[in-house]
Design a protein around this ligand. Sequence first.
Ligand code: NAD
Length: 483
Amino acid sequence: MQTMKMYVNGQWTNSVAGAFFSTYNPANQEEIERVPRAGKEDVDLAVAAAKQAFESPEWQSLKPSERGRALFDVARKLRERAEEMAMIETLDTGKPLSQARSDVESAARYFKYYAGAADKMFGETIPVAPNVIDYTVREPMGVCAHIIPWNYPLQITSRGVAAAISVGNTVVVKPAEDTPLSALKLAEIFSEMEVLKHALQVVTGYGKEAGAALVNHPDVNHITFTGSVATGASVMMSAAKNIIPVTLELGGKSPHIVFPDCDLEETVSWVMRSIIQNAGQTCSAGSRLLVHSAIKDKLIGILTEKMQQIKMGPGTNDSELGPIISQKQFERITAMVDRAKEEGARIVIGGKRAIGGDLNKGFYFEPTIIENVSHKSEIAQEEVFGPVLTVFEFETEEEAIELANGTPYGLVTGIWTNDVSRAHRIAGKVKSGQVFINDYGAAGGVELPFGGYKKSGIGREKGIEALRNYTQLKNVAIKMKSK
Ligand code: NAD
């Protein structure tokens, strides 16, 4: 087992207290590495370093196009090391290697996309009076904190960090305690680059220690948090004390709405992919299937057959379904499914731990379809964060919309129909930040604004829209003297 250091102020460092914690491979529960367990003093040093880097004459005098070129180099270096990065992500998260490879490519795409945006954050001129020139400037916030979850560590770190740095901020990243490795590998790339060397700090540690210290720090100017609703609410309260903005991405209970005139094969393949990807541990997982009664049995039949064929196993074997991230998460999924069973749910397929051979070394959950539950029940309303799909049937468009909107969340909606008018009517009525018609862009969509209605969050990531979170607007009015 090796010990890694964290990255603060352009240096590789241990925590001030000299404490460590271990990260484990979910496929076999073996320790992979030890990393520093940062506390408040370490976070103070990281925030001070980010502030100093932000205020430095070098950073302040950098042209946006030079920042862009440096971010472009990060994308290039990520692609050069794609295989190494993907393997680290698979070992740390348990996800299948091909999914990890696609995460690394998405990470590179974020850096490339925001590299190009660095010199394109235009202000406006505003007509006020003939003798007044008025313009707006978008200025960086300063120090941006990024609290990262364990499901897509490299991708989520990259989407926030690339956007924040693109418009001139410096950042402090706190990866999840279950998956700290890829953020440290990303820091290796930054450490090789003169221009960006001090713009990124990565502090590894627990949420209640390093995470809490970071979101409460008075010199942090913006927080981006991705994770659970409960922690998101507490992060928002910390931000309120310092009157700083937050971007919160808190997951969902996203529905697929399926009509009889859909392309059945295409629909089934996306419904399955969106609940199996990353073992269902995806904020935008399509975890509710709302299907018209006329095709419900047929659709469930095909889906069940396909799920029976899914290959489970360690991510390094590039299986289709990897292990759940930790025993804690596995037990949470099992308890939710057991409670649904007690309430009379019918388990169409799965519903329990997968065992045998390599599977015994990790916590694997069988691909699961559940029906015959009330839409008010926990399994229908709350994020399971496992490969568990809950099915409901409807007769009318109105019923489908009511079901789709009937949870506390509103992240993504998939609509499956060849009736264009119906698709647009429903897209206008569902309360979710993204709508896909005859498609479901769960993991891609670097260019598309992404974020939630209701308890799914606040603000938008991805696309140009994200850059507004990382800037503040200044209005300048100049009065001209008359001749
Ligand atoms: P969490 O929200 O507690 O953790 C996410 C991140 O927040 C981690 O980096 C953690 O260290 C940090 N954190 C925890 N407490 C903090 C605090 N007080 N201040 C600052 N940072 C803090 O999530 P979890 O416990 O790992 O997972 C629980 C549930 O959250 C999951 O079952 C799932 O439903 C949801 N989740 C959602 C997403 C998503 O992408 N939306 C990602 C991960 C987890």
